[in-house]
Design a protein around this ligand. Sequence first.
Ligand code: PSU
Ligand code: MN
Length: 311
Amino acid sequence: MSRPPLMIDPRVARALEAGAPVVALESTIITHGMPFPQNFETALAVEAAVREGGAQPATIAILDGGLAVGLTPEDLERLARIGSAAAKASRRDVAAVTVAGGTAGTTVATTMQIAEMVGISIFATGGIGGVHRGAEDSFDISADLVELARTQVAVVCAGAKSILDIPKTLEMLETKGVPVLGYRTDDFPAFYVRSSGEPVEYRYEEPEQIAAVIKRHFVLDGSGGVVVANPIPEAHALQTKEVATIIETAVAEAAQSGISGKDVTPYLLQHLFERTDGRSLDANIALVKNNARLAAEISVALAELRRTPPR
Ligand code: PSU
Ligand code: MN
């Protein structure tokens, strides 16, 4: 059986060929993470933020059975309109979805998988998946963590939502050998809020320093990905207590309603959106743009480092 068709946008292909900075972007955030039309507007705004930062954006998705790297505005709008009627493709879904000729948003795990396949090292998203609360009973641990252990892509994110068990998520990243690098923060951020209360071991002030650590990590045998933790801008952060209360009820309701597997994360996101009168969405949009900007700066610095011959 052959590989699935790979459709690389010509601008992305040229940038990769030239060793110019490229930033991968995921698409589950478009199909399952936000409602239309905000998902479409955000997808465009995030690409614009990458361009402003001096890099070429490459939104990744599965379109009509092919792996698409770099989408046109028309592709983005189509995906945004399909929304959660599209599949949510994690690594294990790629074969089935592409053989069926399907269309899917790619999760952090699958976006990393496809980014590595084409040679993109830096990827921006909102938050990574992790160990769910109650995982000791449900065994619900995101494939994102497993992918981070095996795939050489650095993921710039605002930490992880407290819909997850953040201490367990950090333990798992440690077990899997995944560096967690804080950008201008001593604390691992929790998506809508700037701190989860958990520390990060490494803090950096400049994108160039982060690029140097990523480059070094990738030359070490058997290494996988890197998490770059970038807190939400102060002006857009929500109140810690408010978020905590809403999440407690959302997690309890999900359990009562028997929501499980890949439906858990979209269910919790929808609940948050409704209970904050959409303020969670404004915060979400702001932090993704902020991550896209930082990812662009890191990819510019990394491209520069790769051009400079080692001394
Ligand atoms: N976390 C968010 N928003 C999201 C996701 C995660 O705050 O939209 C998406 C990402 O695509 C992530 C996926 O890779 O959900 C994780 O899903 P699961 O927990 O089913 O592995
Ligand atoms: Mn899960």
